[in-house]
Design a protein around this ligand. Structure first.
Ligand SMILES: O=c1[nH]cnc2c1ncn2[C@@H]1O[C@H](CO)[C@@H](O)[C@H]1O
Length: 342
């Protein structure tokens, strides 16, 4: 099954550039900035990445972000992510970057855009097409929304596809960012806020109605509302679901309690994502394997669903779907023995 899942050409639609940094990369950055609280030893880093909950995760994320201080660091992150994606045969990725966090850490506005574009070209060398989602860190408030959109409009590299909204949801209602998403949409960008990761249906509704979401980051809080599930399924709004992330930040108690099978059964389009693979110790391949083992979800169907939800050019979508079909046929998964009952 591992060989089959790896061989499937995949689209990754929910991955944060910083959270994807490998432990080796983060350990090297930490060694360059001693005294910032991030361990420079990979084993200690693994312990540092044990999260007590979402807020603790956000604190660690911010501390690691402060280590990224030069344009070259940004290029290193993109190149490293592309190498990791390529190893799992991810051929198209929409990568989330939080521009204001990098500007705060001392990188210039134009330098950031140039570094991302340099990294994107290096990714082509790994056979990975990257598109960008720039997100607002919600806890920085509406001023951050305005500054993020301003940076995108002035400096956003080509292949910017969407505006995102990340960070904590409690105390940060999605509707606060209505004007910023409206401006981004008017400029031709899609809307992909996080909502319903740590909260329930209300924020997912708000993402749909106030922010006109085209897809939703996580969105698992929708699972308790049949009316909302109907709406998502009816309008074809995909949820970017990241099971290991949800487990590691404690928003689900166990994988078997994850609402993913319920979402799929309700007809909601789902794109599997790895979220912060370096921090959560996962990969997109691993997420596919978990879904196959825990929920008996067909890997080829999952791969197709992510490609359908991607903001890629139609030719890329067609090519990936044809390649997925070819791999699914070659591996004849039906010939595999059925998964043992648990
Ligand atoms: O799973 C996640 N949920 C919400 N935010 C996240 C996640 N992973 C990374 N970030 C990042 O955390 C930053 C500050 O809190 C945000 O900018 C967001 O990009």
């Amino acid at each position: 099954m591992n060989a089959y899942v790896t061989a499937l050409p995949k689209a990754e639609l929910h991955v944060h550039l910083l959270g994807a940094a490998s432990r080796t990369t983060v350990a090297a950055l930490a060694a360059r900035h001693p005294g910032r609280g991030v361990p420079s030893d990979p084993a200690a880093l693994a312990r540092y990445y044990e999260f007590a909950g979402f807020d603790h995760f956000a604190e660690v994320y911010t501390a690691v972000n402060r280590l990224v201080t030069t344009p070259q660091d940004v290029v290193t992150l993109v190149d490293g992510l592309a190498a990791d994606l390529s190893a799992g045969n991810v051929r198209y990725a929409e990568v989330t970057v939080t521009p204001l966090s990098h500007l705060k850490a001392g990188i210039g506005e134009r330098e950031l855009a140039e570094a991302l574009d340099t990294g994107r070209q290096a990714a082509r060398g790994h056979g990975v097409d990257i598109a960008w989602i720039f997100d607002i860190s919600g806890d920085d408030g509406p001023a951050a929304g305005e500054a993020t959109v301003r940076w995108i409009l002035r400096h956003g590299p080509p292949d910017t596809v969407a505006l995102g909204l990340g960070g904590p949801e409690h105390g940060v209602p999605r509707r606060l960012f209505q004007p910023h998403f409206a401006t981004a949409r008017a400029a031709g960008l899609r809307s992909v806020p996080h909502a319903g990761e740590t909260t329930g249906p209300a924020e997912v509704w708000s993402a749909l109605t106030d922010l006109r979401a085209d897809r939703i980051g996580h969105g698992i809080g929708a699972a308790t509302s049949p009316a909302l599930l109907d709406r998502l399924a009816g309008d074809g709004v995909a949820l970017e679901v990241c099971p290991t992330s949800n487990l590691r930040t404690g928003v689900v108690p166990t994988l078997s309690a994850h609402p993913l099978p319920l979402l799929v059964a309700a007809g909601v389009p789902v794109a599997l994502g790895s979220d912060d693979p370096g921090m959560f110790g996962t990969t997109l391949v691993q997420e596919y394997l978990i879904c196959q083992q825990e929920f008996a979800l067909d890997p080829a169907e999952l791969a197709r669903a992510a490609v359908r939800a991607a903001f890629c050019p139609p030719a890329t979508r067609r090519r990936l779907l044809v390649q997925i079909d070819a791999v699914a046929r070659a591996f004849k998964p039906d010939a595999h023995p059925p998964t043992a009952p648990r």
